[in-house]
Design a binder for this molecule. Structure first.
Ligand code: NAD
Length: 265
């Protein structure tokens, strides 16, 4: 397994997970050109002893020695890598979030020939929450107002989180509407009364929150709250490694963690 963005918060977690696996081994570690880890031994760059694996900025070289590449970086990186990994026949696990519609179309195009697993959240618990959210939305209908509230650490660059959008998609699917038509992101000012059927998104940023998500169904006289709290980002790295191993047995396509975990909507 190759790890893109090896010095990142998730990159370092992925290295640790692969090192602890009896099935996978670390084949290559990649950082962006100009990063001070490039050319250094990975073990030393991570503050330990040398291990004989040099951090590279050469994607083709990394793909040539790998069965899968795990990528928690930035949208521009993941979109470009999707085409290259597909051409090289290497499974591509994408944990990156913050994609535009055009980015997603480019990834879907790469998924016609390559094997891609993409999920805004790689944890079992959140993917279970996605399936439950769809069921609850379907059962309750638009009489219950849905608000999705998420909290992340101060370094996160995109909002709403990829997970919040997954949960919003699940509500929209349960109600048989398109999320783009009903999403209401971060109210401010004199907004007027809440239109029925909208899905509200709110993002808290600060400190070292790993990731928290509430899906609130607010009705007359009662509220239902579905909540997931992540306390350790190793959770996401474990899910990504599981996805990379699962992808080895699959044909071309763009898959999600719902597929990897065998959860059905
Ligand atoms: P980070 O900034 O700590 O790490 C990103 C790394 O990518 C950096 O080390 C950066 O140098 C590297 N990078 C940038 N350009 C590169 C290139 N051209 N080639 C190789 N490496 C490159 O960020 P993070 O907290 O690790 O998060 C990364 C992404 O993963 C974000 O989009 C975040 O939202 C997402 N994320 C997803 C999940 C999930 O379960 N899907 C969980 C956590 C984070």
């Amino acid at each position: 397994m190759a790890v893109m963005g090896a010095s990142g918060r998730m990159g370092q977690m992925l290295v640790q997970q692969i090192d602890g696996s009896d099935i996978a081994t670390l084949s290559a570690v990649v950082e962006r050109t100009g990063h001070d880890w490039v050319g250094r031994d990975l073990g030393e760059a991570m503050g330990g002893s040398a291990r004989g694996l040099i951090v590279s900025d050469d994607w083709a070289e990394a793909l040539a020695v790998s069965d899968a590449v795990i990528d928690f970086t930035a949208p521009v990186v993941s979109v470009a890598l999707a085409e290259q990994a597909a051409a090289a026949g290497v499974a591509h696990v994408i944990g990156t979030t913050g994609f535009s519609e055009d980015d997603l179309a480019a990834i879907a195009h790469a998924g016609q020939t390559g094997r891609i697993v993409r999920a805004g959240n790689m944890s079992l618990g959140v993917n279970l929450l996605v399936t439950l959210t769809q069921q609850v939305a379907q059962a309750l209908g638009v009489d219950y107002d849905v608000e999705i509230v998420e909290a992340h650490h101060r370094h996160k660059v995109d909002a709403p989180s990829g997970t919040a959008l997954m949960l919003g998609e699940a509500v929209a699917a349960g109600r048989d509407v398109a999320l783009a038509d009903v999403a209401d992101r971060g109210r401010d000012g004199i907004t007027g009364a809440r239109p029925a059927g909208t899905i509200g998104f709110h993002a808290i940023r600060g400190g070292d929150f790993v990731g928290e998500h509430d899906v609130i169904f607010a009705g007359e006289g009662e509220r239902i709250v579905l909540r997931h709290v992540a306390t350790d980002r190793a959770l996401f790295a474990r899910g990504a490694l599981r996805a990379a191993i699962w992808a080895q047995g699959q044909g071309p396509g763009e898959y999600s963690m719902i597929d990897v975990l065998g959860l059905s909507r």
